[in-house]
Design a protein around this ligand. Structure first.
Ligand code: C2E
Ligand code: CA
Ligand code: CA
Length: 522
C-alpha cells in the first residue's frame, strides 16, 4: 500500500509539473497578473508533494489517513493540470476570435483585399515613420455600366476577378487595397522612377485580357492617378485628395497614369470658379445657341442642324461646352441648362421656319436629363404650344448617358417616343457599345463619333468600324450621321459606304442663327 500511496502522490506531482508550462505561457502572454503568483504556488506545491513522498518512504503508518491524503494530492494535481490546460485552450480561442475579428475589420469581405481602414492605418504609419512612398489610386472605367447592364451579381464577380488579377500582377511588389466600390489603392514603398513605370505597366496588364464572367466576355480598363510622399505633401488627407484628383485627370484624358502636379489643383480651383459663375449665367441669360448643319450625303442638301450651346465671355472668348457641361452636371445645374436650350431652340426654330427651314434640330441631352421628370414635363409643355414640334426635334443621347440608369432611361425614352420624339445615339462607338441597346430602346439614328470618322481614310480599323456601324444601323432601320467630316476624301468615302447624313467642319463650323439663316435658308 505504501508503494501505491507514493505512486499516486508522484503522479499528482507530475500533473503539477505539466501545469507549469501552460501557466508560464499564460503568465507571459495574458495581461492577467494572477498567473505569475500561481506559477510560484505550483512550484511550492510540487516541492510539498516531493516532501510528502519523502515522508511516506520512511513513516508509512496510518493507512486510511495517508490514503485519503494521497487521493487528495492526486486529485489536486489533476485539478490544477485540467484548469491550466482548459485556461490555455480558452485563451487561444479568444485570441483566435480576436485575430479573426481584427482581420475582418481590416479586409474587404468581397475580394479579401485589405480595406480602406487598413489603408488609412498603413499610410498613417508610413507618414509617422517618414518612410517615403508613392500612392496610386485606381478606378475602373465603365464598371457602373457593367453593374447596370448585367446586375450586381456579375459586377461583384468581375470585381473579384479583377482584384485577384491585379494582385497577381503586382506579385507582392506593392500593397493593393480595395478602398471603395470599384476603387483601389496601391502603396509602393521607397521606389525609384524605373520602378513606377513597372508598377503602372503591371496594373494595366491586368486589363489587357477579357474577363469571362459566366457566358459574358467583359473588357475593362482602369484610370490611374499617383502622388508621392513626402514630395507632394506630408498630410494624409491632402495626399488622398491629390491622388484622387490625378486619377480623375487620368480618366478624363484617358492617360495610363497621371502624377499629381500643382497645375491639377489649379484646374480644380478654376472649375470651382466656373461652377460659381454658372448659376449666375443661367439667371442672366449669358448663353447663346450656335447651329451646325447636317447635310444629306448624296444630294448635299441641308437636312437639319445640331444646336450647340455657347458661353461667351466679356473678353470675346468662349468657355467650351466640354468644360462647363460636366461641371453643370456635377453641380446639379444641367436641367436648367437643358431647359434653357430647349426653350431657346423652339423659339429659334420658329425664326428658321420663317426663312424656309423645314429640317429638324438636334438637341444634346445630358446624362442626367433622362433620369428626371422635368425633361418630360418640359417637352410635353412645348408640344401644347407647337403640336408638330416632336417631329422637328431629334434628341441626341450618348450611350454612357443611357447606361447611367438603363431602366429609367428606357422608360423616359419610350414615353417621349409615344409623343413622336425621336432619338439619336451621339458619339456612337465610344461608350459601352451594347448592341442590345439598339434593339431595346426607341433609337432612330446613330451618330458615328468623329474619332472614327476623322482617320477612316488612313486607319483600316476605323474604316472597318464606320463600315460595320453603317451596315448594322441600316439593318436595324436606323439612319446614320457621320460626325467630324473635315475633308473631301472623307466625304467621298462616306458616300461610298452609303452613309445618310454628314456633319463637320468641311461644310461648316457651328455658327450663330443669323449666319445660319444667311448661308442655308432662302
Ligand atoms: P457633340 O454633341 O459631339 O458635338 C459635336 C462637337 O463636335 C461640337 O463641339 C462641334 O463643334 C464639334 N465638331 C463638329 N464638326 C467637327 C469637325 O469636323 N471636327 C472637329 N474636330 N470637331 C467638330 P462643341 O460645340 O464644342 O460641343 C462639344 C460637346 O459639348 C458636344 O459634343 C456635346 O456633348 C456638348 N454640348 C454642346 N452643346 C450642348 C447642349 O446644348 N447641351 C448639352 N447637354 N451638351 C452640349
Ligand atoms: Ca451631339
Ligand atoms: Ca457627337
Amino acid at each position: 500500500m505504501q508503494l501505491f500511496a507514493i505512486c499516486m502522490t508522484f503522479i499528482g506531482s507530475l500533473f503539477l509539473v505539466f501545469s507549469l508550462k501552460p501557466t508560464r505561457y499564460l503568465s507571459h502572454e495574458s495581461s492577467q497578473p494572477g498567473w505569475k503568483p500561481l506559477y510560484g504556488l505550483i512550484v511550492i506545491f510540487i516541492l510539498g508533494y516531493l516532501g510528502f513522498i519523502y515522508y511516506l518512504l520512511f513513516h508509512y503508518q496510518h493507512f486510511i489517513i495517508y490514503s485519503v491524503f494521497t487521493l487528495i494530492f492526486f486529485l489536486g494535481g489533476l485539478f490544477v493540470f485540467m484548469v491550466t490546460r482548459l485556461s490555455i485552450e480558452s485563451y487561444k480561442n479568444i485570441v483566435n476570435i480576436a485575430k479573426e475579428t481584427e482581420y475582418k475589420s481590416l479586409h474587404d469581405s468581397l475580394t479579401g483585399l485589405p480595406n480602406r481602414k487598413h489603408f488609412l492605418m498603413k499610410i498613417s504609419s508610413l507618414i509617422t515613420k517618414s518612410n517615403p512612398f508613392t500612392l496610386f489610386s485606381l478606378d475602373l472605367n465603365n464598371f457602373k455600366q457593367v453593374n447596370d447592364a448585367l446586375g450586381h451579381y456579375y459586377g461583384d464577380k468581375l470585381l473579384i476577378e479583377i482584384a485577384q488579377n491585379i494582385s497577381k500582377k503586382l506579385d507582392g511588389l506593392s500593397i493593393l487595397f480595395r478602398t471603395g466600390g470599384d476603387e483601389f489603392m496601391v502603396i509602393l514603398k521607397d521606389s525609384d522612377d524605373v520602378f513606377y513605370s513597372d508598377i503602372i505597366e503591371r496594373i494595366h496588364s491586368a486589363f489587357n485580357e477579357t474577363y469571362q464572367i459566366m457566358h459574358y466576355s467583359i473588357e475593362s480598363s482602369v484610370s490611374v492617378g499617383a502622388t508621392k510622399f513626402p514630395n507632394d505633401s506630408n498630410n494624409l488627407d491632402t495626399l488622398i485628395k491629390y491622388v484622387d484628383l490625378a486619377m480623375y485627370v487620368s480618366k478624363k484624358t484617358k492617360s495610363k497614369c497621371v502624377f499629381y502636379r500643382d497645375e491639377l489643383n489649379e484646374d480644380a480651383t478654376e472649375k470651382l470658379a466656373i461652377c460659381g459663375r454658372l448659376r449666375n449665367a443661367i439667371a442672366t441669360n449669358e448663353f447663346q445657341l450656335y447651329f451646325q448643319p447636317l447635310l444629306e450625303c448624296h444630294s448635299k442638301k441641308l437636312h437639319g442642324a445640331e444646336v450647340l450651346i455657347r458661353w461667351p465671355q466679356l473678353d470675346g472668348s468662349f468657355i467650351a461646352p466640354d468644360i462647363f457641361i460636366p461641371i453643370a452636371e456635377k453641380a446639379g445645374l444641367i436641367q436648367n441648362i437643358t431647359q434653357w436650350v430647349i426653350g431657346e431652340a423652339v423659339i429659334q426654330l420658329n425664326q428658321l421656319d420663317k426663312h424656309g427651314f423645314s429640317g429638324a434640330l438636334h438637341i444634346n441631352l445630358s446624362a442626367k436629363d433622362l433620369n428626371t421628370e422635368s425633361l418630360f414635363d418640359l417637352l410635353i409643355n412645348q408640344l401644347k404650344n407647337t403640336p408638330l414640334l416632336a417631329g422637328r426635334l431629334i434628341l441626341e443621347v450618348t450611350e454612357s448617358a443611357m447606361m447611367l440608369d438603363l431602366t429609367c432611361s428606357k422608360t423616359m425614352m419610350l414615353r417621349l417616343a409615344e409623343y413622336g420624339f425621336t432619338f439619336s445615339i451621339d458619339d456612337f462607338g465610344t461608350g459601352f457599345s451594347s448592341l442590345s441597346l439598339l434593339r431595346e430602346l426607341p433609337i432612330d439614328q446613330i451618330k458615328i463619333d468623329r474619332s472614327f470618322v476623322q482617320y477612316m481614310d488612313s486607319v483600316k480599323t476605323d474604316h472597318a468600324i464606320v463600315n460595320s456601324a453603317i451596315f448594322l444601323a441600316k439593318n436595324l432601320g436606323c439612319t446614320v450621321v457621320a460626325e467630324g467630316v473635315e475633308n473631301s476624301a472623307l466625304e467621298s468615302e462616306l458616300e461610298k459606304l452609303n452613309c445618310d447624313y454628314l456633319q463637320g467642319y468641311y461644310y461648316s463650323e457651328p455658327i450663330p442663327l443669323t449666319d445660319f439663316i444667311a448661308q442655308y435658308c432662302k
